[in-house]
Design a protein around this ligand. Structure first.
Ligand code: LLP
Length: 425
């Protein structure tokens, strides 16, 4: 997680900057991103997967600084909209290092991908094949992969499982849709199939499903060789690498993943008489999540119905994850040492909705009071990127810290920003 030191008791510093200082200077709620930690995580991936392509899944969190850091650390990008793609390319990212995903790519998504020269388009449905080929035009050629559903159940929550046939992404191996789509792609001169892709789901903490995926995907590659004489040079195993949201939570062991996937892939390919394809991985959460912290100010403390509600100035609009997936966080009091014994409290958000609870039954010092600051660790992925405009509170800013300095990466959404979009009346 974000590398914390504690120069003053109860007031941890990240990247050399005390968190209370960031709250005072930039206001709350605010996301703090530890640049050194993001970069360290990229390097961990590069070291663990020295001969693979590591693509950062931009949906976890993207801004121009993040794009630059990914480029400098030698990662590629996985994007799933024209918006993410444009942001990356206009920030100087090489388009050929970008892969475009999506189960429902709009004409604008595809046109933007072709106009900017995206490296790969990942085909997710049969109808996309002809659409993409037509958009490429008679003289062009676009590299594509196919998103295959390997029929493997994995992932931290039902809503983020994508390896089985009963969800919306990809083309199934079991019912032959993947094989069918591949045959159609091979008949399109405008499309060049470079490999297979699968993404099992998110917040996976065991290596085993990835090994099963390797076997299934190599099995399909072997069939494709028999049927079409096809040798695919790339295998993309997606992301989904789980992180610990609370101390003691399980996380995926990256070096074990890398080592065992490599061994499994080599063995499966040897058994099938196939050359080993170049491996691609697409981590999002594991790159950005633990490097971010969300800071809130306590606005109200209330004892009722057997609960102590500690209400803060953010909530489900800046972090919908507890409400969506029941994710449990470990907020802590910062800015001052707690002086009373810890007691279980419910950290509530500010939104007009009873389900707006950030953390339930978590220990905080009994003297927590309005004006205090709370820090929620592991807020770097799927927080701002999933933030909404609920109750028109404005989305929080992102502040990067590094070497004792804090700088604004994304400014707070103001009421004026919200008002200018309202063009009716
Ligand atoms: N590749 C593909 C094709 C994906 O769909 C995703 C995530 C990733 C890579 C990156 O997965 P990661 O390594 O970050 O787990 N909003 C949810 C997560 C949904 C992820 C969707 N796709 C959350 O807050 O947990």
């Amino acid at each position: 997680p974000a590398s914390t030191t504690e120069p003053r008791p109860g007031d941890p510093a990240v990247g050399g900057v005390p968190l209370s200082e960031i709250a005072d200077r930039f206001g709350t709620p605010v996301y703090v991103l530890d640049e050194a930690e993001v970069r360290a995580r990229c390097r961990t991936y590069r070291r663990a997967f020295p001969d693979a392509d590591v693509l950062y899944a931009a949906k976890a969190f993207l801004c121009r600084a993040m794009v630059r850091w990914m480029a400098e650390e030698g990662l590629g990008l996985d994007v799933c909209s024209a918006g993410e793609l444009e942001l990356a390319v206009t920030a100087g990212f090489r388009p050929e290092r970008i892969v475009l995903h999506g189960n429902a790519k709009s004409p604008h998504d595809l046109d933007t991908a072709l106009r900017l020269g995206v490296g790969r388009v990942v085909i997710d449905s049969p109808s996309e094949i002809a659409r993409l080929a037509a958009a490429v035009g008679p003289r062009g050629r676009q590299k594509v992969m196919v998103r295959v559903v390997p029929g493997i159940s994995a992932g931290g929550h039902e809503k983020i499982r994508t390896g089985t046939d009963d969800q919306k992404f990809g083309l199934s191996i079991t019912d032959g849709h993947a094989q069918h789509a591949i045959a159609r792609i091979l008949s399109q001169p405008q499309l060049e199939l470079t490999g297979l892709h699968c993404h099992l789901g998110s917040q996976i903490t065991s290596v085993k499903p990835y090994l099963a995926a390797v076997r299934r995907m190599v099995g399909l590659m072997a069939r494709l060789r028999r049927q079409h004489g096809l040798l695919l040079p790339e295998l993309d195993l997606g992301g989904g690498h789980g992180v610990a949201y609370r101390p003691g939570d399980a996380a995926l062991d990256l070096s074990a993943l890398a080592r065992r996937v490599r061994t499994e892939l080599a063995a499966a390919c040897a058994a099938a008489g196939l050359p080993v394809p170049r491996l691609i991985v697409e981590p999002g959460r594991a790159v950005a999540g633990p490097a971010g912290i969300a800071l809130y100010r306590v606005l109200a403390v209330k004892r009722t119905g057997g609960h102590v509600f500690v209400a803060v100035d953010g909530g489900m609009s800046d972090n919908p994850r507890p409400a969506l997936y029941g994710v449990r966080y470990a907020p802590r009091l910062i800015g001052r040492p707690g002086t009373a014994a810890e007691a279980a409290v419910t950290v509530a958000g500010r939104h007009c909705e009873a389900g707006d609870i950030l953390a339930d039954g978590v220990p905080l010092p009994g003297d927590v009071r309005p004006g205090d600051l709370l820090a929620v660790p592991v807020a770097g992925a799927y927080h701002l990127s999933m933030a909404s405009g609920y109750n028109l509170v404005g989305r929080p800013p992102v502040v990067a810290v590094r070497d004792g300095r804090a700088r604004l990466l994304v400014r707070r959404e103001s009421l004026k920003d919200i008002r200018v979009r309202d063009v009716g009346l």
